[in-house]
Design a protein around this ligand. Structure first.
Ligand code: ADP
Length: 259
């Protein structure tokens, strides 16, 4: 109770003695810390693609380059702009917080169909990984926001790609069990240190191993996933071993399964 941040609010003398009111502000202080961390991470993350865009546009303005080189620089500018836009989307998504699904409509949908429709996008995202999708037969129906479900799987699969070496196998599996739809995203990547596992769904948290630090990110993707899952009465969890890989599991209550 008397934590380092405990703050004395009031000491009041009353007729029968003294009353001491203490308020534990540990949480607020932690939040402050995370907010300042957030600002520094975000500024760094925004600055990196911006510097690259500025550098390449200046080059293109100053020099006359041959066709292939011009094309290569324009492609870099484009991909860095896309990264910026994604980062801004993540920040806005987090800011929305509890109102996450505001403006999106939920409707009856088939999760299996959605994942198969997204498959070409995953293949495009990395030609260096082997991506396999395997679902038990049937329809995986639930009432959900299609947009948010897409975002959930995009975040999990992009992480599997990002934190796995080239050539790694990524498996997306779907099963129906005990009135639940269970989807897993399994990778053979760097894994998550055991001490970091309890925190990885926290906003702005990034596991502290040297590999993670070299890989860009804001620590917002999994926090967004958790917000989406909660909003659909589901659960999200992870099993991971450093150097072996990670498996993220998402479960939703089932509404209907038909063959
Ligand atoms: P970001 O990837 O932008 O850092 P996330 O919220 O998506 O943020 O993930 C939080 C942290 O969890 C990451 O920084 C990374 O340390 C760890 N992590 C997430 N997915 C994986 C994965 N598939 N393999 C290993 N580590 C992961």
């Amino acid at each position: 109770l008397l934590s380092a941040y405990a703050e004395r609010i009031a000491i009041a003398n009353v007729e029968w003695g003294m009353m001491l009111v203490l308020r534990d502000v540990t949480k607020e202080k932690e939040l402050d810390l995370k907010q300042s961390e957030f600002v520094s991470i975000v500024s760094h993350e925004l600055r990196t693609p911006l510097s690259s865009i500025m550098g390449f546009t200046e080059l293109l303005m100053r020099r006359t380059l041959d066709g292939p080189r011009q094309k290569k620089y324009l492609e870099t500018i484009h991909s860095e702009t896309v990264r910026l836009a994604e980062l801004i989307d993540d920040i806005l998504e987090i800011q929305k917080g509890e109102d996450l699904t505001q403006g999106t409509t939920k409707k009856r949908m088939d999760l299996k169909k959605l994942v198969f429709e997204m498959r070409p996008m995953f293949d495009l995202a990395s030609s260096k990984h082997r991506i396999r999708v395997a679902f038990e037969p049937g329809r995986y129906e639930l009432t959900a926001s299609e947009e948010k479900m897409k975002q959930l799987f995009t975040n999990l699969i992009m992480n599997a790609i990002k934190y796995s070496p080239d050539g790694g196998l990524i498996q997306i599996k779907g099963v129906v069990q005990d009135h639940l739809i269970r989807l897993t995203v399994e990778d053979e990547g760097i894994g998550i240190p055991e001490k970091s596992v309890p925190f990885i769904f926290d906003k702005f948290y990034r596991a502290d191993n040297s590999d993670t630090r070299k890989i860009g990110g804001t620590g917002l993707g999994l926090a967004i996933c958790q917000m989406i899952v909660k909003d659909h009465d589901g659960t999200i969890s992870v099993q991971s071993e450093e150097g072996i890989g990670s498996t993220f599991t998402v479960e939703f209550p089932i509404e209907m399964v038909t063959e």
